[in-house]
Design a protein around this ligand. Structure first.
Ligand SMILES: *[C@@H]1O[C@H](CO)[C@@H](O)[C@H](O)[C@H]1NC(C)=O
Ligand SMILES: *[C@@H]1O[C@H](CO)[C@@H](O)[C@H](O)[C@H]1NC(C)=O
Length: 359
């Protein structure tokens, strides 16, 4: 029986705890939520300085996270602005580093909860490095040597791999030394990518291939076909300067453990049906991952009260929002406004007590 046991499994998502973000400890506290109502772009509207981190251009900065619902990871960017308070004009934000997949975890789903932080934000097991799986990673992000000196804001933006299409954005006050007195290099950097908020495009399912990611970054997991949703499509898998991206064997090679199948793969693969080749329809951004096989009768999720019609395709009642709900043996859902839509588990994974794990 896969029921209940959701207690505390997913009370919220992730924050960047290092460098010290705005409102880490000051009211109104930085929340683990994505941007949205009450948590506007940029930075959830937070700009109270608890601690300014001094960063030396040309060196690396530790970026660390706290959080209880990692959504399997995703893609993220690290960006700078020199305006304060953090500007709502996204053209003022420039990206210095992009991670495609694997940020801030490479996991089958959410990890089991551990001791919350002093402000009650959920946390989970930490890798202690940038490459462990099924644990929260930390990254040493290279700060380009030519970024301008002065007071700035460092932002982490995150597009989660599994679940609702969201953008998370946490910001930290920093002071840059040892850099440039010119803005020429900064001005040449790509604009930070923004999506999944009103007025912006909506990304597709799976690991997002961030368009215009810049020259600096890493590909840690292969992006999903169709991940651009209604957003501009990236020009292939990036090959970043000075960093060997993992060899994926070309665009028709998929990593079954991580790449979500797409209903409209734009690339012909040996297994693609003729229909797939002809109908290059834009994938719907709200349709869940296709269900691979008929699900056995679903076990009722905690809090499920509707009783009838609980087969494949019908949403389950659930709480709290953000929780992973195991649905039968082959499906799961992410609780959103009290309902979880069934989605297929990735091959080689199982769901138990609100946690998806590799088997
Ligand atoms: C990263 O953050 C966690 C708390 O969420 C903390 O336990 C850990 O020591 C931090 N790691 C580093 C290297 O600061
Ligand atoms: C990274 O951390 C994980 C989990 O803590 C550990 O299993 C793995 O060996 C570490 N990898 C490296 C390269 O240190």
């Amino acid at each position: 029986m896969v029921v209940a046991g959701l207690l505390g499994a997913a009370h919220g998502h992730m924050i960047m705890n290092t460098p010290t973000p705005y409102n880490l400890d000051s009211a109104p506290l930085l929340q683990v939520n994505p941007l949205g109502a009450g948590f506007p772009f940029p930075c959830q509207g937070r700009s109270t300085v608890d601690q300014t981190t001094t960063i030396t251009a040309g060196q690396t900065q530790l970026v660390n996270f706290t959080g209880g619902a990692q959504h399997g990871g995703g893609s993220c960017q690290f960006s700078l602005t020199y305006e304060y308070p953090p500007p709502a004009d996204k053209s003022k934000w420039k990206t210095i580093y992009t991670l495609i997949g694997g940020c801030p975890v490479s996991a089958a789903g959410n990890l089991p909860p551990s001791q919350p932080d002093p402000n009650g934000r959920a946390d989970s097991v930490h890798c202690g490095n940038d490459s462990g799986t099924e644990c929260i990673r930390q990254f040493n992000i290279p700060i380009p040597k030519d970024v301008p000196n002065g007071k700035a804001t460092f932002a982490w933006t995150w597009f989660n791999k599994i679940g609702n299409r969201e953008i998370y954005m946490n910001c930290a006050p920093i002071s840059i030394t040892g850099g440039s007195d010119s803005t020429a290099f900064f001005d040449s950097l790509p604009e930070m990518f923004v999506a999944n908020i009103p007025g912006e495009c909506t990304t597709g399912q799976g690991v997002l291939n961030i368009p215009n990611p810049g020259k600096f970054g890493k590909v840690l997991e292969q992006p999903a076909d169709g991940s651009e949703g209604s957003c501009p499509k990236a020009n292939g898998i990036p090959s970043f300067d000075g960093v060997a991206s993992p060899a994926f064997g070309g665009s028709d090679s998929h990593s079954p453990a991580v790449a979500a199948p797409s209903p409209a793969a734009p690339v012909a693969t040996p297994l693609a049906s003729p229909t797939t080749l002809i109908t290059a329809t834009k994938p719907s951004v709200v349709t869940p991952t296709p269900i691979a096989q008929p699900a056995p009768p679903a076990a009722p999720a905690a809090g499920s009260g509707s009783g009838s019609g609980s087969g494949a395709g019908s949403a389950q009642s659930c709480s709290p929002d953000g929780a992973i709900i195991c649905i039968g043996a082959s499906q799961f859902g992410i609780c959103d406004h009290g309902h979880a839509v069934p989605q297929a588990l990735a091959p080689g994974t199982s769901c138990s007590n609100g946690v998806i794990a590799r088997v």
